[in-house]
Design a protein around this ligand. Structure first.
Ligand SMILES: NC(=O)c1ccc[n+]([C@@H]2O[C@H](COP(=O)([O-])OP(=O)(O)OC[C@H]3O[C@@H](n4cnc5c(N)ncnc54)[C@H](O)[C@@H]3O)[C@@H](O)[C@H]2O)c1
Length: 423
């Protein structure tokens, strides 16, 4: 099939590269010329395991990037993968989705082919029907039955995005009719995953509900972790026992500094806002956010309890990315920690295996180190904020500290006797 993907970010680029791997001819349209240049040079503008190999294999043959929408009329299917960032009030900003829809419609004006536009961006229920379809049809000057539409939410995890695309738990396709759903399902041919066909709004709601449920599991584990810490119980032992229950499952029960990233905080906020606008009071979802926002402050409190006045002290921060295996620092829990430390007059030395440059854009004045040892040398305290597997091997590096106070926001170190945020 010929596929276009609008938006070459984390989701769009991985989707496009993986569709090329499945044998399709794929064009990425992104309005960032630097990103387009980098993709065409086979250099992923983001870090994702396995992505560079896919670009090396397919760019120049069946994968390309462009700033021009002219590839769209030549394709059978266009996926919208642009960002849906939060508005100041927490609701989803749909302006990029609307702009992309209009641009897609305008290039399809003269096309006689039956084209299916698929929303992959995470959007509130009703967006495809109320915003995307009218915008595309208006610009294309077409009627409802001359074009197809679908909503196909994306569930990939950053850091494992390629693997998740190739081995998904399920593929959800929301559509108005079987014809459109079948066209989207065709694009995924070759993957062995169950398909779930739904209406457009149910597909949109599945994505918000999945993310909100996972965020709830994390905040729940953190609350239990905070209680366990006071009781002197190891929350990891507790959650191991809890997760062995098939009704609960073991994932997303790791207590720690809370969730970050570009999706969970924004999607839970957007669902809260949506609920409020229809007169619902989403008590549970608000608590999920409350617990999450308080966790980073707890790690700084622990540090203060151990080393006293923070002013003028040098503190090492290990891990800046919101999770391991990514250079993404959006909503990373290390951001509020760094902010609070800087406000307290702390001198920070930070190390992340790949996210130093991303965090430098937010905090240009702190010292970024190229090894954990450099960050730890002479430090009077250390906070571990990302579960990078390489931190597991750190041992004698901690002997370089002036005062060996180590507090983990993620349980990753293999050295014994360390303190954690919830343990
Ligand atoms: N990042 C994730 O892990 C993840 C996972 C599942 C779903 N999602 C959802 O997928 C969507 C995209 O997320 P992302 O992280 O890939 O965003 P991103 O910000 O990394 O990428 C979006 C890209 O779209 C481009 N763009 C914006 N408007 C455009 C336009 N009109 N025409 C062409 N290009 C345009 C931008 O230049 C950017 O490269 C969001 O709705 C997000 O919630 C993200």
């Amino acid at each position: 099939m010929k596929i276009s993907v609008v938006g070459g970010g984390y989701v769009g680029l991985v989707t496009a590269a993986c569709f090329a791997e499945l044998g399709h001819d794929v064009s990425i349209i992104d309005h960032g010329p630097a990103k387009v240049k980098s993709i065409n040079a086979k250099k992923p503008p983001i870090y994702e395991e396995g992505l560079e190999e896919l670009l090396k294999r397919h760019v120049g043959t069946r994968l390309r990037a462009s700033t021009s929408y002219d590839f769209i009329p030549l394709s059978d299917l266009t996926f919208i993968c642009v960002g849906t960032p939060p508005n100041p009030d927490g609701s989803a900003d749909l302006s990029k989705v609307e702009a992309a829809s209009r641009s897609i419609g305008s290039v399809l004006k003269k096309s006689g082919n039956y084209h299916v536009v698929v929303v992959k961006s995470t959007v509130p229920p009703g967006t495809t029907q109320k915003i995307v379809i009218p915008a595309v049809l208006h610009e294309a000057e077409k009627s409802e039955d001359e074009m197809g539409f679908a909503m196909n939410p994306e569930f990939l995890r950053e850091g494992h995005a390629v693997e998740d695309f190739i081995h998904p738990d399920r593929i959800v396709i929301g559509s108005r009719n079987l014809r459109d759903a079948a066209r989207v399902a065709n694009a995924y041919q070759g993957l062995s995953a169950p398909f779930l066909r739904t209406g457009l709004t149910a597909a949109e709601m599945i994505k918000y509900t999945s993310n909100s449920f996972l965020a709830t599991k994390i905040s729940f584990s953190n609350e239990i972790g905070n209680i366990c810490k006071k009781l002197g119980i190891d929350v990891y032992e507790v959650m191991k026992g809890v997760g062995m229950d098939r009704r609960i499952g073991p994932s997303f029960l790791d207590a720690g500094a809370g969730f970050g990233g570009s999706c969970f905080p924004k999607d839970v906020h957007a669902l809260i806002k949506l609920a409020e606008t229809i007169g619902e009071d989403p008590i549970l979802l608000r608590s999920v956010i409350d617990v999450n926002e308080k966790q980073p402050g707890r790690i700084v409190q622990l540090l203060r309890a151990r080393i006293g006045e923070l002013k003028g002290k040098r503190i090492a921060i290990l891990g800046l990315a919101f999770k391991d295996n990514t250079d993404d620092v959006r909503e990373s829990r290390s951001i509020p920690v760094i902010e609070e430390l800087l406000e307290s007059g702390v001198v920070i030395t930070a190390y992340d295996p790949i996210a130093n440059p991303s965090m430098h854009k937010i905090f240009p004045t702190i010292t970024y180190c190229s090894t954990a040892a450099d960050a730890l040398r002479g430090a009077e305290g250390c906070l571990v904020m990302t579960e990078w597997p390489e931190f597991e091997d750190l041992k004698e590096e901690f002997d370089l500290m002036a005062n060996k106070v180590i507090i983990e926001g993620r349980r990753i170190l293999s050295i014994k006797g360390g303190e954690g945020i919830c343990w």
